[in-house]
Design a binder for this molecule. Structure first.
Ligand SMILES: CC(C)(COP(=O)(O)OP(=O)(O)OC[C@H]1O[C@@H](n2cnc3c(N)ncnc32)[C@H](O)[C@@H]1OP(=O)(O)O)[C@@H](O)C(=O)NCCC(=O)NCCS
Length: 212
């Protein structure tokens, strides 16, 4: 069994640990920047210390279990030279052989990804989401539980698509934008904008100054 450390000791880590075990990894520890969590245990895995432990070279493989897209981006870039980012694809998902899935991306149970879709690095494709043929997900994208991305939809870097949202064919969800839960995207979503509702309408913007 291969060892794996999980970065981030929140609720999302539970699903990532469960997915990693389903794939056959032994999760040996959790790293977190919040010192108050040290010593706590999630699904029998101890939170052993801060992310700087990665620099020791003790941990060969890691996966980032943090829902915040900007945080995943920051950690992925900062620690990229100190470990291998593992890609997890739950055995109870279907990913067509013509798809590519980037390093550090996690595909949860119940997901279906149809032919010739491209999924970037450090994405979260959450429970039972479906990704149609020829879709594109940039790096650090998060697709919530039950999302329906239809054929040719494109979700650019860092965008977040909330639970149960639908994106109709060929539409583009712009970089670092936020699509609210249950929204139906029928027009392209501008980068750094926030949209909700059916059909999805812009209600605000996302702070473009945050992150790298
Ligand atoms: C859109 C979202 C990100 C909230 O953004 P926000 O800027 O904090 O928005 P607010 O809560 O201040 O709400 C702003 C307005 O949008 C409405 N709104 C918020 N989310 C909505 C949604 N999903 N659908 C429809 N309307 C929504 C609010 O009712 C409010 O309307 P009002 O101004 O008429 O009162 C959040 O509501 C959401 O949908 N998150 C998705 C969570 C999710 O799916 N997580 C999956 C994790 S696994």
């Amino acid at each position: 069994m291969k060892d794996l450390v999980v970065i981030g000791g929140g609720g999302h880590a539970k699903v990532v640990i469960a997915t990693a075990r389903a794939v056959g990894y032994e999760v040996t520890g959790i790293l977190d920047e919040d010192e108050t969590k040290y010593g706590k245990v999630i699904l029998d895995v101890p939170i052993i210390g801060g992310l700087d432990l990665l620099r020791s070279g003790m941990y060969e493989r890691a996966v980032i279990a943090i829902g915040d897209n900007r945080e995943r981006q920051r950690i992925a870039h900062y620690y990229k030279d100190f470990c291998t980012w593992v890609t997890l694809i739950h055995p109870f998902s279907f990913v067509h052989s013509t798809c590519s899935i980037g390093d550090g991306t996690v595909v949860f149970a119940g997901v279906v990804i149809h032919p010739e879709s491209i999924i970037g690095e450090h994405c979260i494709v959450n429970t039972s989401a479906s990704v149609g043929h020829d879709c594109f997900l940039g790096d650090f994208v998060q697709i919530g539980p039950g999302v329906r991305l239809t054929g040719g939809a494109k979700v650019e870097e860092g965008a977040f698509v909330g639970a149960g949202a639908v994106v109709i064919p060929q539409r583009i969800v712009g970089a670092w934008s936020v699509v609210g839960a249950g929204a139906v995207v029928i027009k392209d979503v501008r980068p750094y904008s926030k949209v909700v509702g059916v059909p999805a309408k812009e209600i605000g913007s996302v702070d473009a100054s945050k992150g790298e």
